[in-house]
Write a new protein. Sequence first.
Length: 261
Amino acid sequence: MSSLRDLQHRVGAAIVSNDLGAAAPLVRDDAPGAAARLAIYANHFRVTLIDALAATFPVVRRLVGNEFFTAAARSFIRDIPPAAPCLFEYGGAFPAFLDRLPAAASLPWLGDVASLEWAISEASHAADAAPLSGEALSRLAAGDAAPVVLHPSCRLVQSAFPVDRIWQAHQALDDDIAPIDLASGGARLLVHRQNDEVGWLSLDADPAAAFIAALLAGEGPAGAITIAAGHDAGWDPTPLLAAMIAAGLLTSTPQLRSPDQ
């Protein structure tokens, strides 16, 4: 006799793979029948996850249409099922999946738009943290080496395409969307949450993106500036630091509370 853990694993695997025949013998076959009941669970499983992906990636869905999105989501769910119980944690691999999807080969910007939407979702659900106090900022300006980290909601998104303009254009409810020149330049975005609203700072150069990437990797401000200088020795971090301070994106004591608690 199978253990409960083994039984749950085998039934779950059958629902994920949609191979219900493999699990039907494990279920009592009475009305309406094991296969029929498993099909109900399998359908609910997919519909729930497709709806969750559509909620996280609404611009991607609008760009490709419901039929394409649903087909792509079904393939993604089959290949990369959830590994955690919270629905908002599901979808981190979807941008890379779209990059590999043969049916999306003519849409090279689609995965990058999905990356922006995933960053927005992560920023929305990230933990909160108090910004640096005035005293801490004064010590930082004086060259103090006290620990400084980015707000937990911060994410870096970089694309060769204008994904910020694509995203913004598709926030309107109507379908009258002006064409966007995909060759007009890429985007470097510091996505973050401020006062419960998610937005971004546009980074104007590669050194700025390198600076943010270094901070996200755990470098302090001085080390991050040195790394950025490797891209452009004349880059001035002052305007970006001022914008980050104004947005409350520098902290030293990340808290464990999330905005949903």
